[in-house]
Design a protein around this ligand. Structure first.
Ligand SMILES: [Zn+2]
Length: 231
């Protein structure tokens, strides 16, 4: 990618847990749990690349213990999306950890309340489960950091038109998915690519090397549209 493209595309890369897990993992979580070396490689590659956005989902304690020092060493900032209802559980960030990330200049957004699949919340966006996941979670994080929390990252990247409409109605300013590929900087829906345990050392250069060509762009848009419309 050339510098001239920098303002037109962003490359969002998502991180889950890092290092040795300190809690029993949920099903499939080991597939996205990466090594310290993998995170180092990713962050090294992001230095001097303002179009690369690093996000951390799930509020694992490794965000603070491993991710934050590595980011600060490199002069990078990242966006963190913890689940408000899991704060303080074993292996997860607690309130003061989240305040520490925020005080260090990191952006705090919401990943919902208890890591539920938002497609199962029911159709009523102000019904109890949806209100907890989409409203209470954000309000709780706002209380914790003493600042507005308007961004969300969708658990499991699972959304449909009902989720999209509930997110719009509850005032989310930006929504990170897991659709892969690059995104327009101002887009409300931001596709991300997750770093996975089986990714080799060439992952950062592969994911960051080119902005999408017309064909990939079209494919990405078609996949996103299909999810936005399904219900
Ligand atoms: Zn998650």
């Amino acid at each position: 990618m050339t510098r001239a493209d920098g303002g037109r595309w962003v490359c969002n890369v998502n991180v889950h847990g890092v290092g040795v897990p300190t809690r029993p993992l949920e099903e499939g979580e080991d597939e996205v749990w990466v090594s310290v070396e993998q995170l180092e490689g990713l962050l090294d590659a992001a230095v001097g690349r303002p179009e690369v956005v690093i996000t951390f989902d799930d509020g694992n304690i490794s965000d603070l213990e491993i991710g934050l020092p590595m980011l600060l060493e490199r002069g990078l900032t990242a966006r963190f999306y913890p689940c408000a209802g899991l704060m303080g559980e074993p292996g997860r960030l607690d309130e003061s950890d989240i305040r520490e990330l925020h005080a260090a200049g990191m952006v705090i957004g919401s990943h919902g309340w208890r890591h539920r699949d938002w497609r199962t919340l029911g159709r009523d966006p102000v019904g109890a489960p949806a209100a907890e996941e989409l409203v209470r979670a954000r309000q709780t994080l706002e209380r914790v950091i003493g600042a507005e929390v308007t961004e969300v990252a969708v658990p499991f990247g699972s959304y449909d038109r009902h989720v999209v409409s509930a997110l719009r109605r509850t005032g989310a300013s930006r929504v990170y998915t897991s659709d892969g590929g690059w995104a327009r900087p101002g887009a409300w829906l931001q596709a991300r690519t997750s770093i996975r345990a089986d990714h080799g050392g060439d992952f950062p250069s592969r994911v960051m090397s080119h902005r999408p060509g017309p064909r990939r762009r079209l494919r990405g848009r078609a996949a996103q549209l299909a999810k936005r419309l399904r219900g």
